[in-house]
Design a protein around this ligand. Structure first.
Ligand SMILES: O=C(O)CCC(=O)C(=O)O
Length: 266
């Protein structure tokens, strides 16, 4: 790795450790984002039609698992050297990839309650806030503007007791920041960093991809990635290792995936 690249990675890791998230601007090409979005649109429509989604995340807000198939099974993104250099520094050498999905607020969506995506590891001792164990790598399939539902996030709350963080937010000591992004930007966040979805006031869905990486010992049965054997065999040794706890199947089902990830806010 060049000196400049190593410095860049160090800066992102420092941002992450301080704020609970970091942003890598322009990492993914516009052509790639366009291809993902084109393939995603019919998936979202199928999901809405087949599951009628009494969306657990709030009205008109849809969580859709992405099939491990082209264009979504893209090693240039989930097995990306820059992203994984940061993930490995934060989640440890033996980290796993356990989730490939998307969140899409559409017209009629609303403000969510401020939440963490993970419960405290030791709820009986809420003062203990450990280093990071569950990360979300997020990137939008369109520009995220003030109108189409930017995530609002609070810096530095990933290692705070939720009640303390909420009272600092209420007093104005900690601000909710609206994160607008360009298509191609990537955010890596500790899912405990308190945040909320905001309303998409446009006619166009705002899909945000979420790729989940965790410490090796973290089991998340509510999310999983079915990997067709033929795809698995093409993966790099690093990708096979990080995907090691996911089921390898002969063929993906053609039916829309029934979502079981329902408890998402803590
Ligand atoms: O708007 C988003 O992309 C995510 C909203 C959110 O935080 C959630 O559904 O857990």
């Amino acid at each position: 790795m060049s000196r400049t690249k190593a410095d860049e990675i160090n800066n992102h890791v420092s941002d992450f450790l301080r704020d609970g998230f970091c942003i890598l601007p322009g990492l993914i090409s516009p052509e790639k984002i366009r291809a993902w979005n084109e393939s995603f649109e019919p998936l979202l429509m199928d999901h809405i039609e087949s599951q009628g989604d009494p969306s657990f995340r709030g009205a008109n807000r849809f969580y859709v698992t992405l099939p491990f198939a082209k264009p979504f099974a893209d090693p240039s993104i989930f097995d990306n050297d820059d992203i994984l250099a940061i993930v490995e520094r934060i989640a440890g050498k033996d980290f796993v990839m356990c989730q490939l999905a998307s969140d899409s607020p559409t017209l009629g969506s609303d403000f969510q309650a401020i939440h963490s995506d993970a419960p405290p590891l030791f709820p009986e001792e809420p003062e203990i806030q450990t280093p990071s164990f569950q990360l979300a790598v997020n990137f939008p399939l369109c520009d995220v503007t003030p109108e189409n539902g930017p995530l609002e996030i609070t810096r530095g709350t990933h290692r705070m007791k939720k009640a303390d963080a909420l009272s600092k937010i209420e007093s104005g000591e900690i601000k909710l920041e609206s994160i607008t992004m360009k298509a191609g930007d990537v955010m890596i966040r500790d899912v405990r960093c308190l945040h909320r979805g905001t309303p998409n006031r446009t006619n166009v869905p705002r899909p945000m991809v979420v790729i989940g990486y965790s410490r090796s010992w973290m089991l998340r049965p509510e999310v999983q990635i079915e990997i067709p054997r033929a795809e698995f065999e093409l993966l790099s040794p690093r990708a096979r290792h990080m995907l090691r706890f996911n089921p390898v199947v002969e063929k993906l089902s053609q039916e829309p995936i029934r979502e079981t990830y329902k408890a998402f806010a803590y």
